[in-house]
Design a protein. Structure first.
Length: 259
């Protein structure tokens, strides 16, 4: 069983006004096969947590640890973290003009596995995964995310998840910008990846609608840079009813909280 441990993590970002601390002692343990939903108000630091784990250079780790099976992710480069088994599905996937989806995915698979997949077996696996995600086969020859709709970009993220088979996936607002049909298809892809590999999932979201399709084992409230409450799936329903105001710093609200 694989384990991802976040221990008393503090992280900052440089702003025009100087360094601003976003993460303020975040601690969490996720095991293989578990799905954790991370919910909270805008500006609470949920996405900062996701990108800090993945190694985005914008975020500066002040102190704390993030361990994957005892290895300190924070001492690794972004590609080394991927090798260790961490995957990030971005809220706003980037476009990579001039690099086809096929070449991108096969190169990534080669790097992760340490050897190139056999062409025939790889083509069959890629085509099968695209079919399950209802992606037009023509997308395989298009540049990564270039000209893709929001839903198509999210399907491409889940395509990577299915093919690369990480130990842990951090899904940063994967439901953002999806209509009902796309949400269901993307969710089915995430569930399929989990069923096939037993990966652990950290799912950042504002809303409960995706939780109808990707069922969380544990729900956390993240506010002011740390986890402030943990419960079962019923906690998400409570948040839907009551909102996040009770978890905000005094004098702020969910609309005005800073990122």
């Amino acid at each position: 069983m694989a384990t991802l441990e976040i221990k008393d993590l503090y992280a900052s970002v440089e702003t025009k006004e100087g360094r601003k601390q976003i993460l303020k002692g975040a601690s969490l343990t996720v095991n293989s096969g578990e799905t954790h939903a991370i919910m909270g108000p805008n500006g609470s630091g949920k996405s900062t947590l996701a990108y800090t784990l993945a190694g985005h250079p914008k975020y500066i780790v002040d102190s704390g640890q993030a361990l994957l099976d005892g290895q300190d992710l924070l001492k690794m480069t972004a590609d080394e973290r991927a090798h260790a088994g961490l995957f990030l599905a971005m809220q706003y996937p980037v476009e990579v003009p001039g690099v086809s989806m096929t070449n991108f995915l096969r190169t990534a698979k080669t790097e992760i596995d340490g050897k190139a997949p056999a062409i025939r077996a790889w083509s069959k696996e890629l085509n099968g995964a695209m079919k399950r995600l209802r992606m037009d086969p023509k997308f395989a020859s298009r540049s990564v995310n270039e000209g893709f709709s929001g839903g198509e970009k999210k399907r491409a993220e889940v395509l990577q998840l299915e093919l690369l088979k990480p130990k842990f996936a951090v899904l940063d607002e994967t439901d953002s910008g999806l209509d009902v049909d796309a949400l269901r298809i993307v969710s089915e892809g995430v569930n399929r990846a989990k069923d096939n590999t037993g990966l652990g999932i950290l799912m950042v979201t504002h809303y409960t609608r995706i939780l109808r399709y990707i069922k969380p084992d544990i729900v956390h409230v993240f506010a002011n840079g740390r986890f402030v409450k943990t419960g079962g799936p019923e906690l998400a329903d409570e948040l839907e009813e009551s909102g996040y105001d009770q978890y905000l710093p005094e004098g702020s609200d969910s609309e005005s909280a800073l990122a």
